[in-house]
Design a protein around this ligand. Structure first.
Ligand code: NAD
Length: 351
């Protein structure tokens, strides 16, 4: 299948054509996944390893000695044939040296705390952007055909209603600014004269699922319902959000790796679940699943907290043929199964 390209402000649109101008990633069989010790990266790596003949090179700066969660993720991945690992910053020469055989780089590694990005965490955000630039330069030199980068709904800033990729980004936190810079940097590298690379920036909406970061709001709700511990509710908690189960998110990443694009093309796509709900409504579902209430402690809204993030997925369906499959309730129930299993294995675990 071949494609013609029309450029818009936020993205490049693809339409079916027959002029032979499309490019799939070349049949090298190695995919590099950065941030592989993290929530999303570990799921993406597992899904790729389930594909026939696929090899995955994971990159992360966390080591198994850092915490038991990282140790467990790496032990599982390293038990799988086809997995290899570089423990380094994504900008290090050790990573650049491995890119020649890669058909795609899925760049997920980044500091993810919005609250911290206002303070001391901004140094890490800025360093992460420099590391991303080094990684992207190395991808260009190694002629990696496809780059998929993690962006975020936080690039939009406060928007009423469902937001599509044509809405001009207006991030309201340093985290959101750096996510926007990362996706624009990826596009700039792809569009550099002589580049053989194309990019897809995926704007993830709030994700949850097994192995979610324990500080993430949904994990904290289950913890609160299970233990009776209070958790802060910043603002009134009634703003709507689209919640994304990690299985849907992984499906979008796999589709972005395979998407036919010509060198130089830069695509931007929202990735989200199909259900929207406020924090309070998600809390009510958690309460129903666990059987005991989430105990909220009212708190002021923090700078950069979104007033709601609802995704318009029309572009994702058209470009990636992506339609989310996991409902919010199904996703919460499966997360609860996973968390209960963890509590049974390690009853003293804080979450
Ligand atoms: P995570 O914190 O679980 O994982 C990130 C991983 O990246 C960590 O293992 C960390 O050690 C690693 N890392 C960070 N900087 C690095 C560097 N410079 N070099 C090497 N490794 C580095 O986060 P996650 O939830 O899996 O998020 C993955 C990506 O998706 C991030 O880019 C994040 O901004 C984006 N995102 C996540 C969500 C969500 O709801 N989880 C929503 C929107 C966007």
């Amino acid at each position: 299948m071949c494609y013609a390209i029309t450029e818009s402000e936020a993205s490049v649109t693809i339409e079916n054509m027959t002029d032979g101008s499309s490019h799939r990633p070349t049949p090298r069989n190695l995919i590099v996944v950065t941030g592989v010790c993290g929530f999303i990266g570990s799921h993406v790596a597992e899904a790729l390893l389930g594909r026939d003949g696929m090899a995955v090179l994971g990159v992360d700066r966390r080591t198994p000695g850092d915490d038991s969660r990282t140790a467990a993720i790496l032990a599982e991945l390293q038990s799988r044939p086809g997995f290899d690992l570089v423990l380094a910053d994504v900008g290090d020469a050790a990573v650049a040296a491995e890119l020649r055989k890669a058909s795609a780089v899925v760049h997920l590694a980044a500091p993810t705390s919005i609250a911290e990005s206002w303070g001391s965490g901004f140094a890490d955000q800025a360093a992460s952007l420099l590391s991303s630039h080094r990684l992207l330069s190395a991808c260009g030199e190694a002629q990696v055909p496809r780059l998929v980068v993690a962006s975020s709904a936080h690039v939009y800033g406060p928007v009423d209603g469902a937001v599509g990729e044509d809405v001009p980004p207006s991030p309201s936190s340093p985290y959101g600014v750096v996510k926007l810079a990362t996706e624009r940097l990826a596009a700039a590298h792809a569009q550099r004269p002589g580049s053989t690379m194309s990019t897809v920036a995926l704007r993830f909406f709030t994700a949850f699922g097994p192995r979610v970061n324990p500080d993430m709001v949904v994990a904290r709700m289950f913890h609160s319902a299970r233990t009776g511990e209070r958790m802060p509710l910043y603002g009134d908690g009634t703003a709507p959000h689209t919640w994304t189960h990690v299985d849907d998110l992984v499906e979008a990443v796999l589709r972005a790796i395979d998407l036919p694009l010509a060198p130089g093309q830069a695509e931007v796509v929202n990735v989200a679940g199909g259900d929207e709900a406020s924090l309070v409504q998600v809390g009510e579902l958690v309460e129903r699943i666990v059987g005991t209430p989430v105990v909220w402690e009212p708190a002021d809204q923090r700078p950069g907290d979104s007033n709601g993030t609802v995704a318009d997925l029309a572009h994702a369906e058209r470009v990636l043929n992506y339609v989310p499959k996991v409902t919010l309730l199904q996703g919460l129930e499966s997360l609860w199964q996973d968390l209960r299993h963890q509590y049974e294995e390690s009853p003293s675990a804080p979450r």
